[in-house]
Design a protein around this ligand. Structure first.
Ligand code: ZN
Length: 429
């Protein structure tokens, strides 16, 4: 059996793999009441008699495995233990049908309160890393990616944006049912739902959701998204997602956040100080959402690449160039404590800004060492080879060695593994 992720040891179950989640949710904005039916289609990874699903703060009323009424279950504060009507052998498929309800709310964690969150007028999901169980029963580990069908029925004055390709909403009796299908393998933390008084508009093929009062400002603010995407396509390879959705919430948010094919910003993020976060979140569609981490300890593979992508867009759009931005951040990091290893920062520091910036600096150091052309080939090879699959830092080293040779591999070692910040190699002409 695969053990739990060392950074989130109380989440997930390695004894099975989820193939798809089929979620049918009814949500009342006015009362924050969620009624859900989740069908979890899975395959046993070993012989199993019972399985564990993560679920927090919602009450389960019925569980059936393969339709069997003899299915037994037990619930505690963070999990649902399901005893299978008959033991399953490794490789056998099964389906768990869970009915549940309650008033969803975020859970407290090492990383703040995360998950389903009620807004002033609506709701959002911001799960990274362990918030997904606040709205559906799941195998909440980053290495268990699955397809999703998400249906949300809510009061028809609200709009719903979610991960997946949307169907036109069906309205009746004051309610609207929205449905979204994701065929790409999606981690539980990257599944998201946004319900609010949103208007939808298009920026090319980008779907933008914002409250009516914010729509003109949001249109102007996100007008570059199609160009950012095109810039990243030429740097990293084709856009790997089935759709591109931007949501601006009426409420201020602490940070913007990526989900599969979707990014969310707070009303407070439409300001110049936050403009770098637009390319950052878009870049996660390649780094994190398509090329996905297997373990949280490798979070630099998401964040370092997304920060580097901010610099790529800055240079391409006539702002400061990559080399200058890298030098500024290097100088800043030099003044901070050098007590963190980005290839294993520890769970409490996985979102430490040094993981982000030093991750990006690792890429810049490599670019200066092997040259732009080889470095460009490395990025495109990394994205192509690991499209919609799981990666580790070891896989990154292999990719560096195969594209950049032993010099590249030797260069990244101290950047990834030593707490001491290496010097940036000199600029390449
Ligand atoms: Zn990020």
């Amino acid at each position: 059996m695969i053990g739990p992720d060392p950074y989130t040891p109380r989440s997930g179950d390695g004894s099975y793999d989820v193939v798809s989640y089929d979620l049918d949710l009814r949500y009342r904005v006015r009362t924050n009441r969620l009624e859900g039916r989740a069908i979890v289609n899975a395959v046993a990874a070993e012989r199993v008699r019972s399985i564990r699903l993560d679920l927090v703060g919602l009450r389960v009323s019925r569980v059936r495995v393969d339709g069997d009424a003899r299915t037994r279950f037990q619930q505690d504060a963070s999990s649902l233990r399901v005893t299978l009507p008959r033991p399953l052998a490794a490789g056998e498929e099964f389906s768990v049908d869970v009915r549940y309800a309650g008033a969803p709310r975020p859970r407290r964690s090492t990383w703040g309160t995360i998950g389903w969150e009620e807004l002033e007028d609506g709701a959002l999901v911001a799960s990274q890393p362990i918030g997904a169980p606040t709205w559906f029963p799941c195998n909440d580990r980053p290495d268990d990616r699955a397809r999703f069908r998400i249906a949300v029925t809510t009061e028809d004055e609200y709009a719903v944006a979610a991960t997946g390709v949307p169907r036109a909403p069906v309205r009746s009796g004051g309610l609207a049912r929205w449905e979204f299908l994701s065929e790409v393998p999606t981690a539980t933390y990257l599944a998201a739902v946004h319900v609010g008084p949103y208007r939808e508009t298009a920026l090319g093929d980008v779907r933008l959701f914002a409250p009516a009062a914010l729509l003109p400002a949001a249109r102007a603010w996100f007008a570059d998204v199609p160009r950012i995407r095109a810039c990243f396509e030429s740097a990293f390879g084709p856009y790997p997602q089935e759709h591109c959705t931007v949501v601006v919430t009426p409420d201020p948010l602490e940070i913007p956040l990526e989900a599969q094919g979707l990014v969310v910003f707070g009303a407070n993020h439409l300001v110049p100080e936050a403009s770098r976060l637009v390319p950052h979140e878009i870049a996660h569609q390649w780094f994190g959402n398509s090329v996905g981490l297997e373990r949280w300890s490798d979070i630099w593979l998401n964040e370092g690449f997304a920060c580097f992508a901010e610099w790529v867009w800055s240079e391409a759009s006539g702002g400061a160039d990559i080399a200058t931005l890298a030098e500024a951040h290097h100088a800043r990091l030099q003044a901070l404590p050098q007590d963190l290893v980005i290839s294993d920062p520890g769970p409490r520091r996985m979102f430490d800004d040094r993981v982000y910036k030093r991750g990006a600096l690792t890429l810049e150091a490599l670019r200066r060492t092997v040259g732009r052309d080889v470095f460009g080939e490395l990025l495109r090879t990394w994205v192509r080879t690991h499209r919609h699959s799981l990666v580790t830092t070891a896989a990154f080293r292999e990719c560096v060695e195969s594209v950049c040779g032993p010099a590249g591999l030797a260069l990244v070692g101290p950047w990834l593994d030593s707490p001491v910040l290496p010097s940036l190699p000199p600029r390449t002409p």
